[in-house]
Design a binder for this molecule. Structure first.
Ligand code: AMP
Length: 432
C-alpha cells in the first residue's frame, strides 16, 4: 500500500526556479555583511525553552502562542528557535566572547519557527537574515547596523523602503510608560477580550500591537513612549538621527514602533516597503526589524554588554524581488544535441570537458530524436545550440545557433571550430 504525503502546513519547499532568488539574496547578504566586518554564526535549531521565555518575554505572542515547544527524550523542554537574537546572546555569553573580542559583530541566516496564522509572506517555518553587534553603546553602532541593512536592501535593488525609527528609552522609561498606558487603557477594559485584559494587566505595551477592532481607535490616541524617555536616551536618539542625516539615510520617526519583543531598549527601527506607485506585493510591509537591547546580555547571565541588531524576513524579500521581476533564472550557455551511435561518446566527452571548464553546458542523456532534444534545449532556455554528429566530429567544426536571435538574423548561425569552442564562449566580444 502506498501513501501520499503533503508538507507540514505553513512550511514550504524551496524549489527551482525560486531557489535561485534565495541564493541571490543570501549571496548579497554575505557580501554586504563581509564589507561591514560581520562574521557568520550558526546556532542550533533548538534551544532550552527558558531562553526564549526569558528574553523574548513571557507575555509576547511568540512565547504565549507561537513556539514549537516539546519535551525531548531526556525530559527537557526544548523549543525550535522563533528568532536568532536570544541564541546569539546565549552563544556570546557561553563562549566568553566579551573577554576575547570587545567588539563582536555577527550575522546569521537560517530558518525560524513560529506557529502563526498563515498568509502571504507569513509562514510557520520562515527564514531570517540578521546581525548582532555586541560591545558598543555608541549611537554610531546603531547607525552602522541600520546602514548595513540599508546597503543590503540596496544591493538587492529594493529601494522603495522607508526607515522608521523610535526610541524606547532606558530601563526607567518602561515602568513610567507602562503605568501611564495602564491608566490610559483601563477605561477601555469593558470592550476588551479576556486575552487583552490579561495583556493589560501583565504588559500593557503589548496592547499597542493588538489587532482587536474595538482597540484600534484607543491605540491610535494612546500616549507615546518617546514622550517618556530619559535625557540620556533622548541625547542618544538625537545623535543617531544626526548621524543618519549625515549619511543621507532618510528616516521617519514612528512613535508607535515598540516592536513585538520585550528585550529592546533605546533605538528601535524597521524598514518598511512603501513603493511609490502601486504596491506590487500588497502585504510585504515590514522587511526588517531591529533595535538596541542593552540589558539582555546581563539578564541572560552574561557581563553588562550593550548590543544592537536586526532581523530581516527572507521569504518576504524573495516574494518582493520576484514580484518586482528583479531576477532572471540562470540558463545553460550551450546545449549539445547528440546523435545516436558511436559519435555520441565524443559528444558526451565534449560536454563534460566544457562543464569542467566551468561553462554551463547541457545535453539530453536520453539521446534520441533531434527534434525532441531541440525542444529540450528551448525548455531549459539554452543560449546556444549545435548538433554533434559524424560530420561535425570529422570536420572539427560546428554550426552554432544563437537561440536568442530571430531566424532571419545574419548572425543566427555561426561556424566555430570544436577546438575553439570554449574560448569562443568565454571571450567577451566574440559573441553578442
Ligand atoms: P521579528 O523577529 O518578529 O522582529 O521579525 C523580523 C522580520 O522577520 C519581519 O520583519 C518579517 O520580515 C520576518 N518574519 C517574522 N515572522 C515571519 C513569518 N511568520 N513568516 C515570514 N516572515 C516573518
Amino acid at each position: 500500500m502506498s501513501q501520499k504525503f503533503a508538507g507540514v502546513k505553513g512550511m514550504n519547499d524551496l524549489l527551482p526556479p525560486h531557489i535561485e532568488t534565495w541564493q541571490f539574496v543570501e549571496a548579497q547578504a554575505r557580501q554586504a555583511f563581509a564589507a561591514y566586518g560581520y562574521s557568520e554564526i550558526r546556532t542550533p535549531i533548538v534551544e532550552d525553552t527558558a531562553l526564549f521565555v526569558r528574553s523574548v518575554g513571557e507575555v509576547t505572542d511568540i512565547v504565549t502562542k507561537e513556539m514549537y515547544t516539546f519535551e525531548d527524550k531526556g525530559g527537557r523542554s526544548i523549543t525550535m528557535r522563533p528568532e536568532n537574537t536570544a541564541p546569539a546572546v546565549r552563544a556570546y555569553i557561553e563562549h566568553g566572547f566579551a573577554q576575547v573580542e570587545p567588539l563582536t559583530r555577527w550575522f546569521y541566516l537560517g530558518p525560524m519557527f513560529r506557529y502563526e496564522r498563515m498568509k502571504t509572506g507569513r509562514y510557520r517555518q520562515f527564514y531570517q537574515i540578521g546581525c548582532e553587534a555586541f560591545g558598543a553603546a555608541d549611537p554610531a553602532q546603531d547607525v552602522e547596523v541600520i546602514s548595513v541593512g540599508q546597503q543590503f536592501l540596496k544591493r538587492l535593488g529594493v529601494t522603495d523602503v522607508v526607515l522608521h525609527l523610535n526610541s524606547l528609552g532606558d530601563h526607567t522609561t518602561r515602568p513610567a510608560y507602562t503605568a501611564a498606558l495602564t491608566r490610559y487603557f483601563e477605561p477601555f477594559a469593558a470592550v476588551m477580550s479576556e486575552d487583552a485584559k490579561i495583556t493589560l494587566a501583565k504588559n500593557p505595551m503589548r496592547l499597542l500591537d493588538s489587532k482587536e477592532e474595538a482597540l484600534q481607535e484607543p491605540i491610535s490616541r494612546a500616549p507615546a513612549i518617546l514622550d517618556f524617555i530619559d535625557d540620556a536616551s533622548k541625547a542618544h536618539f538625537d545623535e543617531v538621527r544626526r548621524l543618519l542625516d549625515g549619511l543621507g539615510l532618510a528616516h521617519a520617526i514612528d512613535r508607535r514602533l515598540v516592536r513585538g519583543l520585550d528585550y529592546y531598549t533605546r533605538t528601535t527601527f524597521e524598514f518598511i516597503y512603501q513603493p511609490q506607485g502601486e504596491n506590487a506585493l500588497g502585504t510585504a510591509g515590514t522587511v526588517c526589524g531591529g533595535g538596541r537591547y542593552d540589558r539582555l546580555v546581563k539578564e541572560l547571565g552574561g557581563p553588562d554588554k550593550p548590543a544592537v541588531g536586526f532581523a530581516m524576513g527572507l521569504d518576504r524579500l524573495v516574494l518582493l524581488l520576484e514580484a518586482l521581476g528583479k531576477r532572471e533564472a540562470s540558463r545553460p550557455m550551450l546545449f549539445v544535441v547528440t546523435m545516436d551511435g558511436p559519435v555520441r561518446d565524443h559528444a558526451i566527452k565534449l560536454v563534460m570537458a566544457l562543464r569542467n571548464q566551468g561553462l554551463a553546458v547541457d545535453f539530453d542523456p536520453r539521446g534520441g530524436k533531434v527534434k525532441r532534444q531541440v525542444e529540450r534545449a528551448s525548455h531549459v532556455r539554452a543560449r546556444y545550440l549545435f548538433v554533434y554528429g559524424d560530420a561535425e566530429h570529422q570536420g572539427g567544426q560546428v554550426r552554432l545557433k544563437d537561440m536568442d536571435l530571430p531566424e532571419d538574423h545574419p548572425k543566427k548561425e555561426q561556424q566555430v571550430a570544436l577546438a575553439e569552442l570554449a574560448r569562443w564562449l568565454t571571450t567577451p566580444g566574440t559573441h553578442p
